[in-house]
Design a protein around this ligand. Structure first.
Ligand code: 9UX
Length: 72
């Protein structure tokens, strides 16, 4: 069963950054949809928790050079 999470992202300074975050997250197995909103600086991610962990998603974002912040 798919889950939805909204992760605040730090360090995005241009629109291409948002696309870069989408690209790295989409690459992971078990990701159903990713949408990064540049204005709100949040990534809305739909994923299959039996295939990918939230910690892995956050790690991929960090490895790409952005900050995956605390989910409020
Ligand atoms: Mo824009 Mo973001 O030139 O890492 S892609 S700042």
């Amino acid at each position: 069963k798919a889950k939805e999470v909204i992760i605040p992202i730090g360090g995005m300074t241009c629109a291409a950054c948002a696309k870069a975050v989408e690209r790295v997250v989409k690459k992971l197995d078990g990701i159903e949809n990713v949408s990064v909103n540049m204005a709100t600086e949040k990534a809305t991610i739909n994923y299959n928790p039996s295939k990918v962990r939230l910690s892995e998603i956050k790690m991929a974002i960090e490895k790409a050079g952005y900050k995956a912040l605390e989910i409020e």
